[in-house]
Design a protein around this ligand. Structure first.
Ligand SMILES: O=C(O)CCC(=O)C(=O)O
Ligand SMILES: [Fe+2]
Length: 306
């Protein structure tokens, strides 16, 4: 390799710069991202501290797994509010009492599964969510894991020339790149959208001083100003690049496992290898507090699309 890693320190396994009283309890899950902790290791004050401040841990870990969290729907919804503003998902009216909290489910006889392509959530909105919260409810006896990719580390590893090229590109993100009505079959209170949702974003997402690849298999259609044919080789290269083993984390679910992920610096996908068994997760997408002005825009867009 002729070029240097752009910012090794941001992706280092050295956790000494984290000053949280809970730092010592985190288990690192992969070399560049991911941390896990068991609620049973924490006392009541520590649990509350973690839930109240969870967004503070995201810049360092990007994906955060809490085992035995044992949260009610209301507490998960509250967790979203503690980080910022929960957003309503365009294709579901949520669960009773909590329109932003959706149930993602697969029954033993459903042949399809949701979200098996690499993506960050709802990037076809003008102001996509910063954070995704997933919570394990009913977990199959095997399989059904979720893969995460560290798209910031993947960006760092590109050549300076490729990084500069990507910084100049904008990508058209759509809800219907792989449109499939089966999506609704896996959601609580499914909601159809008259029109496909679409937004144009920079191909590189910057957050917390870190740049990450913001092009995904599920939602990216083509680069603005380029044809689909012209875009395809670069899209294909990026999609292959981010799924390398060294950027990957696989999360095995248990009931009451809470996963909080940074939707700007990671992508994820569900693994469909548990046919014959049920799987149910809850999901909440959240815009962090500091970006509150942008939420008005996405609310009005969803109102129009509803
Ligand atoms: O089911 C999973 O593991 C992931 C679900 C997901 O990506 C989503 O609903 O956005
Ligand atoms: Fe997702």
């Amino acid at each position: 390799m002729e070029f240097q890693h752009k910012n090794m320190s941001l992706h280092s396994t050295n956790d000494t710069h984290c000053s949280s009283p809970l730092s010592g309890k985190f288990k690192r899950l992969a070399s560049t991202f991911g941390a896990e902790l068991d609620f049973n290791q924490l006392d009541g004050n520590e649990r509350q501290h973690l839930l109240d401040n969870i967004a503070d841990y995201l810049p360092e870990h990007k994906v955060f797994v809490i085992r035995n969290a044992d949260l009610s729907r209301s507490e998960i919804h509250q967790l979203g509010h503690s980080m910022g503003k929960p957003l309503k998902y365009a294709f579901s009216n949520g669960v009773e009492g909590f329109p932003e909290l959706i149930e993602i489910r697969r029954t033993p006889t459903q042949v399809t599964a949701l979200s098996t392509m690499w993506h960050s959530d709802s990037t076809y909105l003008p102001a996509p969510p910063d954070v995704t919260v997933l919570y394990g409810v009913e977990i199959p006896p095997f399989g059904g894991t979720t893969l995460f990719a560290d798209t910031a580390a993947a960006f760092d590893d590109l050549s300076p020339t490729m990084r500069d090229l990507l910084r100049k590109l904008r990508v058209v993100q759509r809800s219907d790149v792989h449109a499939n009505n089966e999506r609704l079959a896996h959601l609580s209170k499914p909601a159809t959208s008259e029109v496909a949702l679409s937004a144009v974003h920079s191909a590189i997402k910057e957050s917390d001083g870190v740049e990450a690849i913001y092009v995904s298999q599920e939602h990216s259609a083509y680069f603005e100003g380029m044809s689909r044919e012209e875009s395809k080789p670069l899209l294909d290269f990026l999609l292959r690049h981010i799924v390398a083993d060294k950027y990957r984390l696989e999360i095995t679910w248990q009931p009451n496992t809470l996963v909080v992920s940074d939707n700007r610096k990671t992508q994820h996908r569900a693994i469909d290898n548990y046919y014959g068994h049920s799987r149910t997760l809850l999901r909440l997408i959240v815009q962090l507090g500091k970006r509150e002005a942008a939420t008005v825009e996405s609310d009005s867009l969803l109102a129009l699309a509803a």
